[in-house]
Design a protein around this ligand. Structure first.
Ligand code: NAD
Length: 263
């Protein structure tokens, strides 16, 4: 594997990045951050209207191999290269194993897990030609902590964690790094929709914030910063890792707050 070196003054300058699910939430924040740091960014999403100026969109359904291959072919034609792939498109599911039927299991795994395999396999020829190739998958704390009412979603993200490590091993000698981020509860349109459907949205938001030791939801921008770190040419020694961005939820065990505690 060739050593990755970088010009710190233009971290992502001259690099091309593709972000699946880049039209909303964590994906949009990531696309915006990578562009801010100098990358040419392509958003791959079901709909790409309303993207920030200068950001290119390709309509792409990660569950449809033909759509994925056409989108990656367009990236190759338009930019002639691809250096960074952020596999971020994902959907949620609620309930125990008794609550989702077979069709729902297949639908969620198809987007969250098989989608990563489809997009990555179509992107590999371009990534192999890059000297700064990096893939970042959006995983979840649901891969590392048991959360109630999230059986299917957690199974999908557990698979993403295993897939991240396997992909890192498969492609390390081709000079392609593969890592993932494990966000806690992030304030995105998705969580907004979840809160809207709760009986008491304000109480639900407070409970989700309190579950994280920082006492706050994570912001999409904070996840984007972590993704940019893992994607950066400056992180050439980091592969096969998962980075928690969860307000301390996975790693910390606090005692209940006492009156007078500083938080
Ligand atoms: P979001 O709903 O705001 O954005 C998801 C984007 O993915 C949307 O633009 C949607 O159109 C796109 N998408 C969905 N299905 C697709 C498909 N078949 N093909 C292409 N694009 C598709 O959600 P978000 O909260 O930003 O979530 C992004 C990722 O972060 C997901 O993988 C999710 O599992 C993960 N995540 C979110 C949270 C959270 O609390 N929000 C926590 C941990 C992990």
């Amino acid at each position: 594997m060739a050593e990755q070196k970088a010009d710190t003054a233009a971290e992502f300058g001259s690099l091309v990045a593709a972000v699946t699910g880049g039209a909303s939430g964590i994906g949009l924040a990531t696309a915006t951050e990578l562009a801010r740091r100098g990358a040419e960014v392509v958003v791959l999403d079901l709909k790409t209207d309303g993207l920030p100026e200068g950001m290119h969109g390709e309509v792409c359904d990660v569950t449809d191999r033909g759509s994925v291959e056409a989108a990656l072919a367009s990236v190759g034609e338009r930019f002639g290269r691809l250096d960074i792939l952020v596999n971020n498109a994902g959907i949620g599911a609620q309930g125990t194993v008794a609550d989702n039927d077979d069709a729902e299991w297949h639908r969620v795994l198809d987007v969250n897990v098989v989608g990563i395999a489809r997009v990555t396999s179509a992107a590999l020829p371009l990534l192999r030609a890059s000297s700064f190739a990096a893939i970042v998958n959006t995983c979840s704390i649901a891969a590392t902590a048991g959360l109630p009412q999230r059986a299917l979603y957690s199974a999908s993200k557990g698979a993403v964690l295993g897939l991240t490590r396997a992909m890192a091993a498969d492609h390390v000698r081709e000079g392609i790094r593969v890592n993932c981020v494990n966000p806690g509860t992030v304030d995105t349109p998705w969580v907004g929709r979840l809160l809207d459907s709760a009986r008491d949205p304000a109480a639900e938001r407070a409970a989700l914030a309190a579950r994280q030791p920082t006492g706050r939801l994570v912001s999409a921008e904070q996840v984007a910063t972590a993704i940019a770190y893992l994607a950066s040419p400056l992180s050439g020694a980091t592969t096969g890792t998962d980075l928690a961005v969860d307000g301390g939820m996975q790693g910390l065990r606090l005692r209940p707050a006492e009156p007078g505690d500083n938080r």
